[in-house]
Design a binder for this molecule. Structure first.
Ligand code: MLT
Length: 394
């Protein structure tokens, strides 16, 4: 008789954002005229830059011509034209040198963050900050792994650090943190790198929101930290950097010098990906290449500034209303204290002002009593949502 993976029983019934989507669709069905403003899932609203659309159109046309048609890519880990642009981006942004063999192009950070766990034995202890992006927890629960949570709170600025008693093998770090917007400094990341090296541990560093870092002193890549190439994998994505939530493209950096248990993780990831993944679509890689041109990067910065301005409208409103908040400066998320059960707050906002956010407890038990709002909506909707907040809380 077939047996299913019993570890799924330890998961909550729905993935956080699927749960929110279901609650919202139930509400809309019951209240079809409600003018909902979505500040829940971090989904972008601004269209792709023209240079990206031109690249998509041109690449699509190439696919319709015999001479330029492409089937499987020569290298499933990414076309050379894109990998060299990603390497330049690292060089210019973070002064980090990458070889093209260290760059693995994918359909986004979420799948890579979850799939990378394939490389590790199930008897590892996984260190996960709390609150954080729920994929880390869920994908390890699916494998029945032992999880050691490290608490983020307003005392440590939602940036948990290694302590003397902490022990574990795989460490997830998310900086800028989703959901709180907190960013580790270079000194703090150095402590994590030293801890990982001392404990023969591996850091899985999620840099999906690096493009939102406004403070030039903060690190945008863990490889800005000496020795990080000996202990860290980095995940990045164009979803928020370039509006690719619906287009899908990301990249994972696995240094060639990175060893675990005597094995090269770069070689293992290559083996895993060549077996289970046939690469990102050619037209999408051409679109991603366009993101990294001067014109593309300039257009993306303009869009990020637009979201940043939304975040400022939100944080100004929260300050006026004397609602405790953080984030929104180096990140598109504003993290507020709601002073009540996060899901009750979700229901109250949905019912009273038709604004959807994300309950902090969905990101872990330390998120209880908090709530996350995204700056990814339009400016008009952000202003309208903040007016509704002001009327509700004045
Ligand atoms: C979020 O809202 O946390 C993200 O958009 C979800 C994701 O990137 O998968």
């Amino acid at each position: 008789m077939v047996k299913v993976n019993g570890n799924y029983k330890s998961l909550k019934q729905n993935y956080l954002f699927a749960n929110i989507a279901k609650k919202l669709s139930d509400y809309v069905e019951a209240n079809p005229t409600a003018k909902i403003i979505k500040m829940g899932i971090g989904d972008v609203t601004q269209p792709l830059p023209k240079v990206v659309i031109d690249a998509l159109v041109n690449a699509s046309k190439e696919m319709g011509v015999k001479e330029t048609f492409r089937g499987y890519a020569p290298d499933e880990q990414g076309y050379a034209f894109l990998k060299s642009k990603i390497a330049d981006y690292y060089k210019n942004n973070s002064n980090v040198e990458l070889s093209d063999r260290e760059i693995f192009v994918s359909d986004g950070a979420k799948s890579d963050v979850a799939n990378f766990t394939d490389l590790f034995s199930n008897d590892n202890t996984i260190i996960i900050p709390d609150p954080v992006y729920p994929v880390y927890m869920d994908s390890n629960l699916m494998l029945g792994r032992k999880i050691q949570l490290i608490n983020g709170n307003d005392i440590n600025g939602f940036l948990p650090m290694p302590t003397e008693n902490l022990d574990g093998d795989i460490i997830y770090l998310c900086s800028p943190n989703n959901p709180t917007g907190a960013v580790y400094t270079k000194e703090q990341l150095q402590q994590w790198v030293d801890f990982a090296i001392d404990h023969n541990a591996i850091i899985l560093f999620d840099a999906a929101y690096e493009a939102f870092i406004a403070d030039p002193d903060l690190p945008r890549s863990i490889y800005e930290i000496p020795n990080a190439k000996k202990c860290a994998v980095e995940f990045c994505s164009l979803s928020k950097t370039a509006g690719f939530t619906g287009t899908r493209c990301g990249y994972t950096i696995v240094p060639e010098s990175l060893m675990a248990d005597g094995e090269s993780l770069n070689k293992m990831w290559m083996r895993r990906q060549t077996t289970k993944f046939n690469g990102t679509a050619y037209i999408i890689q051409r679109a991603a290449e366009a993101v990294f041109t001067d014109e593309g990067l300039k257009a993306c910065r303009t869009i990020i500034d637009y979201y940043r301005a939304n975040a400022k409208i939100m944080t100004d409103t929260m300050s006026k209303l004397r609602i405790w908040h953080t984030g929104g400066f180096n990140s598109p998320y504003v993290w507020i204290k709601c002073g009540m059960d996060s899901w009750e707050y979700f229901d109250a906002l949905l019912n009273d002002i038709n604004v959807v956010g994300t309950p902090g407890s969905g990101f872990g038990r330390c998120g209880a009593g908090y709530f996350r709002l995204t700056a990814f909506n339009t400016t008009e909707n952000t202003i309208e949502a903040m007016d509704r907040f002001s009327k509700l809380f004045k």
